[in-house]
Write a protein that binds this ligand. Structure first.
Ligand SMILES: Nc1ncnc2c1ncn2[C@@H]1O[C@H](COP(=O)(O)OP(=O)(O)OP(=O)(O)O)[C@@H](O)[C@H]1O
Ligand SMILES: Cc1ncsc1CCO
Ligand SMILES: [Mg+2]
Length: 271
């Protein structure tokens, strides 16, 4: 546990000193919270999503975050172009398959994007179960999960093996796997589910952690989820509901110091 805490702090403090440039092609709901999450963590966000700009811009970024939340034919072209560049240039990129089973268009888009080998896939339990089982007809309602993250462990392992990506499942326990090893990050508070785009934002934070060391993608994903969860716990101490949690979570992320992080991080091996 102590080792995980130190590893997490080392990566997090590097974001603050190196301020990696993170491109986000994301949904309209999440843009504000995602950009503010990255800024508060010390990274430099850029919501560049026009396909005309991607050949110039994407080769210069340190990592890419692709989120299907408000997918359209135009945004899909941008995602595919950017993912292809990252895959060719070895730039780490993260896929957030929001509401993957909502439509065939969205599901097929996810499958096409998997062809460009995301470094990490982060979804909630319903999304990871649907993507892993290739099932377009899941019980998921939309962007919110109807499953517990622990129900998605086997699905996550299977998806990691078939895609070659590290797979992260958010929930009461955040789960991260490479297909064999399974690690749990137990930080966070349930009210984070009532703040839209917290999941989208932690996916972008994973991209920021990956930007520093893409060769240890499992560590990057676990660390990002733990840091965001700790910020949620600290923010909750001052929050009166979802709106003030959103504000205090961002403040807590910005002010997070080593001693506070080390005393709160709760990461365990689940395999
Ligand atoms: N029951 C819970 N207890 C503690 N933390 C939680 C709980 N549920 C979710 N979280 C945390 O909330 C954040 C968002 O996770 P969630 O699973 O709600 O993502 P999501 O469904 O993709 O969200 P969105 O699509 O709105 O961005 C994560 O950091 C996760 O760890
Ligand atoms: C509510 C919602 N709808 C599409 S994306 C999004 C934000 C959470 O994923
Ligand atoms: Mg989501």
């Amino acid at each position: 546990m102590e080792e995980w805490g130190k590893r997490t702090w080392n990566l997090f403090s590097k974001i603050r000193t190196e301020s990696p440039l993170i491109q986000c092609i994301t949904n309209f709901v999440s843009m504000d919270l995602m950009a503010n999450t990255l800024l508060s963590a010390g990274a430099s966000p850029a919501m560049v999503h026009s396909v005309e700009e991607i050949p110039d811009f994407t080769p210069r970024v340190s990592a890419l975050c692709v989120n299907l939340g408000t997918l359209s034919p135009d945004s899909l072209s941008a995602m595919i172009t950017a993912a292809q560049i990252c895959s060719e240039l070895g730039i780490p990129w993260v896929l957030d398959p929001v509401a993957v089973s909502a439509s065939s268009f969205r599901f097929d888009a996810c499958v096409r994007l998997l062809g460009f080998k995301p470094t990490v896939i982060r979804g909630n339990a319903s999304e990871i179960i649907a993507l892993s089982s290739s099932s377009k007809s899941s019980s998921a309602k939309g962007a919110d999960s109807t499953h517990d993250s622990m129900d998605a462990v086997e699905a996550a392992k299977l998806l990691a093996r078939t895609s070659g990506a590290i797979v992260a499942v958010s929930g009461a326990t955040d789960i991260v796997t490479d297909g064999n090893q399974v690690v749990g990050a137990h930080n966070g508070v349930a009210l984070m589910q009532k703040v839209t785009a917290t999941g989208c934002s932690v996916t972008a934070l994973i991209a920021a952690f990956l930007a520093l060391d893409k060769t240890h993608a499992l560590d990057a994903a676990v660390s990002a989820l733990a840091v965001f969860g700790v910020a949620g716990e600290l923010g909750m101490k001052m929050a009166k509901g979802p709106a003030s949690l959103r504000m205090h979570l961002i403040d807590a992320l910005y002010g997070l110091d080593e001693a506070t992080l080390l005393s709160h991080v709760n990461i365990t091996s689940l395999s």
